[in-house]
Ligand binder design. Sequence first.
Ligand code: HEC
Length: 161
Amino acid sequence: MMRAVPVLMLIAGSGFFLSGISHAADSVEHATVLDHTSVTYLSHCGGCHGIEGVSRNSFVPTLRNAVGGFACTDEGRAYLIRVPGVSMSLIRDDQALADVMNFVMFRLAGTSLPKGFRPYTAAEIHQWRGEPLSVPDFMAQRGQTLERSLAACAQKTAKKL
Ligand code: HEC
């Protein structure tokens, strides 16, 4: 039982930090009100990606302040759903998976989230999970997808200046 306390506080702390809402004064109280979507993320994804989207020293990509880099192209937007961990997730309900991916984008993507990012819809999830990525050189394709998207992100930013 003693061990449960810091874990709960950590979860609560990350929630406040990432949502940008300041609840420092009542952080312990909020430890008990994790919403359904964050619990789903924790149980289905957090084991590999970490509760804050940080998967240090592993082959699992870090989501925090990084994953949004894929979202400036349609290809990258689809990639994030077509990766095996997402498309083949045991979260079978499309809306529930959309909610989890929107949690990933709006809460974990942080500084990498492109301005004006549109939340994933259940229809998008339905379509793209039906086309799971299976290419021989997965990491090479991932790199190209990311490169194209980051270039598109940079262009968008440049236009606004
Ligand atoms: C068994 C460990 C594991 C689980 C569980 C898992 N993932 Fe992943 N995830 C990975 C690995 C490894 C990759 C890198 C691509 C690959 O090799 O499949 C990845 C890639 C991703 C990517 C693409 C990010 C990038 O930088 O390429 C996203 C987004 C993602 N996962 C989200 C999720 C979500 C959301 C869940 C829960 C529904 C989830 N993952 C469950 C291991 C996991």
